[in-house]
Design a protein around this ligand. Structure first.
Ligand code: ZN
Length: 67
């Protein structure tokens, strides 16, 4: 065992470890990266937009494209 070694890795992984594991994908409307949220745990695959504003925008664009 080497003490200083453990300390170094602990510091490095402790800082980034959590967020690095969260999935993320771009909002289909504004293109900004959406980072996984607990609220989306059940329907992450269905989440396409980052906010209600973008959802409204996306719905509008879809209707416009359909007609
Ligand atoms: Zn968006």
């Amino acid at each position: 065992m080497s003490r200083h070694d453990h300390k170094a890795t602990d510091r490095a992984s402790g800082f980034r470890g959590n967020k690095a594991q969260l999935p993320s994908k771009p909002c289909t409307v504004c293109g900004r990266p959406m980072v996984w949220r607990k609220a989306w745990a059940k329907n992450w695959d269905e989440v396409k937009v980052c906010s209600d504003a973008c959802r409204a925008q996306g719905a509008r664009d879809r209707r416009a494209a359909a007609r």
